[in-house]
Design a protein around this ligand. Structure first.
Ligand SMILES: Nc1ncnc2c1ncn2[C@@H]1O[C@H](COP(=O)(O)OP(=O)(O)O)[C@@H](O)[C@H]1O
Ligand SMILES: [Mg+2]
Length: 248
């Protein structure tokens, strides 16, 4: 089987840290000498600034990765309402053409060795009329890296998301938990092992809380070392069929 062309960073929900983890993974791959491209195919909740709609996640991924690809390829569709893309597009009277997304992806994938693609919301989010996110993941042919919260409730959300991938025939590289809040609860320590016991997917580690962040770009200096320290990067490299420690 040919090696996957990248990773699809999916979440158990919105706000779980997909953008932050996608950025950290990108930097960790780059640190090992891999040429990484980034993509956020569909984004809603874009920021209106002086008449222009800015896709924040795509912008942050571009900034952090340092790629010189145009934002229009990194993010073919951005909507202003902070809603599921299908609903946001309908409200703006836009018809989403997934062909445009694939074309942009193919162009970026041809420029880079590995693609890091960020999802939108959780897994079963409508991305356009009659289509949920897993259709896009399957069409891109990328394995999923699943990001969940560390807190109480994550066993249910993570196992549901993993069973969705399994049902859809989507390969999963592994799951990791991200501590998005300073609050702790007594479930945190044992959550990874409960999830592991009920799924056949590797647990890749827990990404620590970084304090109150204004923007992900603020944390750029810490992302790579923390990712490499806390997350099983070796497994990600193995699944991508890459060797570590190269120079670019
Ligand atoms: N480990 C972390 N430590 C501190 N803040 C975090 C962490 N992970 C995410 N955040 C913050 O939580 C919010 C949601 O993260 P984000 O990556 O945008 O989630 P998603 O892409 O899943 O919607 C952002 O404000 C981000 O800066
Ligand atoms: Mg995001």
């Amino acid at each position: 089987m040919s090696r996957p062309r990248g990773v699809f960073v999916a979440g158990t929900d919105t706000g779980v840290g997909k953008t932050l983890i996608a950025a950290a993974l990108t930097l960790a791959l780059k640190e090992e000498g891999v040429d990484v491209g980034v993509m956020k195919p569909l984004e809603s909740g874009g920021l209106r600034f002086e008449g222009t709609l800015i896709p924040r996640d795509a912008y942050h991924l571009k900034e952090v990765s340092g790629v010189d690809d145009p934002l229009e390829l990194i993010n073919p569709y951005c909507f202003e309402p902070p809603l599921a893309p299908a609903e946001a597009a309908a409200r703006e009277g836009v018809e989403v053409d997934l062909g445009r997304v694939f074309k942009a992806y193919e162009e970026l994938a041809s420029r880079h060795e590995v693609m890091v693609v960020e999802g939108v919301g959780g897994l079963l989010v409508p991305i356009c009329e009659g289509t949920l996110l897993p259709e896009l993941i399957k069409a891109l042919g990328l394995p999923v890296l699943l990001v969940g919260r560390t807190a109480l409730g994550t066993i249910n959300h993570t196992l549901l998301s993993l069973s969705c991938c399994q049902r859809e025939g989507i390969e999963v590289i592994g799951f990791l938990l991200n501590k998005v809040s300073p609050d702790s609860d007594p479930s945190e320590e044992s959550n990874p092992s409960w999830i592991s016991r009920f799924s056949k997917v590797p647990y890749l580690g827990t990404f620590p809380y970084l304090g109150e962040l204004g923007a992900i770009t603020e944390a750029k200096a810490f992302l790579q070392p923390l990712f490499t320290e806390h997350i099983d990067l070796g497994r990600i490299f193995d699944l991508l069929g890459l060797s570590r420690g190269r120079t670019s």
